[in-house]
Design a binder for this molecule. Structure first.
Ligand code: HEC
Ligand code: HEC
Ligand code: HEC
Ligand code: HEC
Length: 209
């Protein structure tokens, strides 16, 4: 019904515009339209290249900003899921990220942490076999880092966690993500919250090493 009304109104509007635009002689619109089409056809070479460029640029922008691949995180060496482990199985963040409030490098869990469970749970799963291979060959799992900070900024979790700021307020809904997407933190992100929570804004002396 809405579609009918909308198209009817649009049609009426178009007719009125044509009538006014051609001062009551609607056929002029069609001759003008025909002439335009003819001119387009005469210039079809350049027109083609211009449209091709527009389509290419739009396509590039789409894949750069909006393609599905930019909405999920990097591929990891083992398809580890926070949604499964931290969400569904409700394993504490600190169980795996034990040093988060003790070190400036909270780090990613060593493979021993995984084997704590996976020596028993689905031990023959092909992805878990990879863990055993990393363990046996003494290779740290080559996890891809996803959260980044400009090199000159020193961030320390300790002060923030002591103030009971939830992991989620900076890292997003980790418990609902299979592959963490990560983010490159900008200075505005730090300052916005510091202003809101009345934390030290002069800390840039401390942060910028
Ligand atoms: C105030 C914001 C904030 C809060 C709260 C926060 N983080 Fe972070 N986290 C960061 C920033 C910024 C980085 C990037 C640090 C860097 O690259 O030096 C980071 C990095 C990490 C890393 C990667 C470290 C590495 O060595 O690669 C882990 C793991 C992590 N956070 C876990 C946690 C956990 C678990 C919690 C909750 C207990 C938490 N974070 C709370 C801001 C925060
Ligand atoms: C506290 C126990 C525990 C720890 C620690 C643990 N996991 Fe798991 N993991 C589980 C459980 C439970 C399952 C679900 C098993 C099932 O499907 O029956 C699972 C499933 C998996 C799966 C299979 C997912 C799938 O799609 O089938 C992978 C891969 C995995 N874990 C990787 C890891 C890695 C890597 C680590 C270390 C960073 C780790 N796990 C640490 C308990 C754990
Ligand atoms: C069973 C172990 C386990 C648990 C529990 C766990 N993590 Fe992780 N975490 C990992 C592993 C393995 C990685 C590296 C692979 C990845 O990025 O998915 C990681 C990566 C991260 C990173 C990205 C660090 C970076 O820059 O690459 C953040 C942030 C993080 N975890 C936060 C959390 C938070 C918050 C929780 C609790 C809600 C949590 N983790 C619970 C194992 C775990
Ligand atoms: C979600 C809110 C929030 C975000 C985001 C946040 N902070 Fe903070 N930060 C705080 C609070 C609250 C304190 C005060 C803690 C206290 O009083 O002990 C603090 C304290 C600090 C301190 C210690 C300041 C002092 O008094 O010496 C530093 C350094 C710092 N933050 C750096 C950063 C950096 C760098 C970032 C961005 C990567 C960041 N913070 C992001 C809330 C935040």
């Amino acid at each position: 019904m809405e579609i009918l009304i909308t198209s009817f109104s649009l049609l009426t509007l178009a007719v009125v515009v044509i009538l006014i635009g051609t001062r009551g002689r609607p056929m002029r619109f069609f001759t003008a339209f025909g002439e335009t089409l003819e001119r387009v056809w005469q210039n079809r070479g350049p027109m083609f290249w211009v449209s091709a460029c527009v389509v290419l640029v739009l396509g590039f922008l789409f894949f750069f900003y909006a393609s599905p691949a930019t909405r999920i995180g990097a591929t990891q060496p083992i398809p580890f899921s926070h949604r499964l482990h931290a969400g569904h199985k409700a394993i504490e963040c600190r169980f795996c990220h034990s040093y988060v409030d003790k070190s400036i490098h909270p780090g990613l869990p060593a493979v021993e942490k995984c084997l704590f469970c996976h020596t028993y749970i689905i031990a023959n799963h092909p992805e878990i076999k990879k863990e055993h291979d990393y363990f046996n060959s003494n290779t740290p799992t080559p996890w891809v880092k996803v959260y980044e900070l400009a090199e000159h900024v020193l961030f320390n979790h300790e002060r923030h966690i002591k103030k009971e700021i939830a992991c989620e307020s900076c890292h997003g809904e980790v418990k609902e993500m299979d592959r963490l997407k990560g983010e490159r933190f900008k200075m505005g992100f730090c300052i916005e919250c510091h202003r809101e929570k009345k934390a030290n804004l002069g800390c840039w002396l401390a942060c910028h090493s």
